[in-house]
Design a protein around this ligand. Structure first.
Ligand code: AMP
Ligand code: MG
Length: 424
């Protein structure tokens, strides 16, 4: 069926599209593969971390009671009876009047209850001024330590049996580090969506072909595939389908045979087009063709094709990318079980007048921050084929429906295309 006569809003189109997506099932992956994905299990600790009490400093393991009277003026002298480095243990016990030299991360020896930093001993002076001398068998302590100073107790970080990571967590480097410290080699996360990408058009060349009259290179396949990757999916690239029924049908079948979770087509869905793309999508699936009240990116198709959701993106390269950000990205995030679907945005002061069609406008801008305030200026020609203005942009200023002009000095919401790196 065709709704081309009706223009719907961006919000209506998005709401309708998102009804057709739900989180995908989990899979077990190596922990490094879990980055940026959603955890599908609760992770409990089967051990204490650190597993043993250890020193947080390089220094001397002592009995706090031995140092009770120590100060700079009246140091206490202790006999050094052993040395313990990180990775080793010692059988030697710290008895009254003795100490064991200890390095950061080494287990606290029996008998000791605290650590004196090397800076608070005569060893500090020695190591700075008398390098090369034999290690001394005595050390002077200048500090009266409390018990457990500079000691990291067993289980300080993680207690055995504790819930460490809850399902639903988006895995960052620190979560992966914690899994590693627990000795987990694999973890259950939501699998990545597989997204078919099909460009359509008789005018398209593969990117390694020389340009001939009337032809252009198929850039959308690459920008779309890059966006799929960026938002956590696996692109399944199908190349170019010509504007004829046989080729389009064959390419669609080829894509559907590859277990895709979402099918993206580019071009051929606007009012002026030959009807082949629309005809084939209608024959093969249950489709709606919309004009969405947005600029760039008016034409948009959505439907199910043998059960697989299909989003028909417009052909113009900027329209295609802007529509991807508005509709495909949130659909992918839902499949990835992510819940924050809105694009990160800032409020910025426009630095020039911007006119708008009255549809929701997405104006390519560069945002920068000065004196704690965001400013946005446009990146040149806003034609929907001018991909370089997208290259220069780090954001899309959103001009609300019905607004024809935003004046310099007024505030706009800017969806950040990359953030926050480019804004600092
Ligand atoms: P259409 O949506 O088919 O009317 O196409 C709109 C514009 O986008 C036309 O100028 C097409 O040549 C261009 N176009 C379509 N597909 C692609 C593509 N894959 N890469 C770059 N430009 C495209
Ligand atoms: Mg076309």
């Amino acid at each position: 069926m065709t709704d081309l006569a009706t223009m719907i809003s961006v919000d209506e189109a998005l709401e309708y599209i998102l009804k057709h997506f739900k989180p995908l099932e989990p899979e077990e992956v190596e922990i490094l593969e879990a980055l940026d994905r959603v955890l599908a299990e609760d992770v409990y600790s089967n051990m204490d971390i650190p597993p043993f009490a250890n020193s947080a400093m390089d220094g001397y393991a002592v009995r706090a009671a031995d140092t009770a009277e120590a100060s700079r003026e009246n140091p206490v002298t202790l006999r050094v009876i052993a040395d313990v480095a990180a990775g080793y243990t010692t059988e030697t016990r710290v008895e009254p009047g003795t100490t064991i030299r200890i390095m950061t991360g080494a287990p606290l020896p029996e008998g000791a209850d605290t650590v004196i930093r090397v800076e608070d001993t005569s060893d500090w002076i020695r190591s700075r001024h008398e390098r090369g001398r034999e290690p001394s068998t005595e050390v002077k302590v200048y500090h009266a330590a409390e018990p457990r100073e500079h000691v990291r107790p067993a289980g300080e970080d993680i207690h055995r049996g504790a819930l460490i990571l809850s399902r639903g967590t988006i895995m960052r480097s620190q979560e992966i580090g914690v899994l590693a410290s627990l000795g987990k080699t694999t973890v259950s996360v939501i699998r990545r969506p597989r997204v078919a990408i099909l460009a359509t058009g008789d005018e398209l060349l593969t990117i390694d072909e020389p340009v001939t009259p009337g032809k252009i290179r198929n850039s959308n396949e690459y920008s779309n595939a890059a966006l799929v990757r960026r938002y956590g999916g696996i692109p399944v690239r199908l190349g170019i389908a010509r504007d004829n029924v046989e080729d389009l049908t064959a390419k669609i079948n080829e894509g559907l045979a590859q277990n895709v979770d979402l099918f993206l087509t580019s071009a051929g869905v606007s009012v002026g087009d030959y009807d082949v793309v629309k005809d084939v999508l209608n024959t093969e699936g249950e489709m709606r063709f919309w004009q969405v009240r947005m600029k760039p990116g008016k034409p948009l198709a959505f439907g199910l094709i043998r059960g697989v959701p299909l989003i028909g993106l417009p052909g113009n390269p900027v329209s295609s990318m802007v529509s991807f950000e508005q509709f495909v990205r949130p659909a992918m995030l839902v499949m990835e079980s992510k819940t924050r679907l809105a694009k990160p945005a800032v409020e910025a002061i426009l630095e020039e007048d911007v006119t708008n069609s009255g549809r929701r406008g997405f104006v390519r801008v560069m945002v920068d921050k000065r004196d704690g305030q965001y400013y946005a200026h446009t990146t040149g020609k806003q034609g929907s084929g001018v991909l370089t203005s997208m290259v220069k942009a780090n954001g899309l200023a959103v001009i609300p429906e019905g607004v024809k002009l935003v004046k310099a000095g007024e505030k706009v919401t800017v969806q950040m295309l990359d953030w926050p790196e480019s804004v600092e």
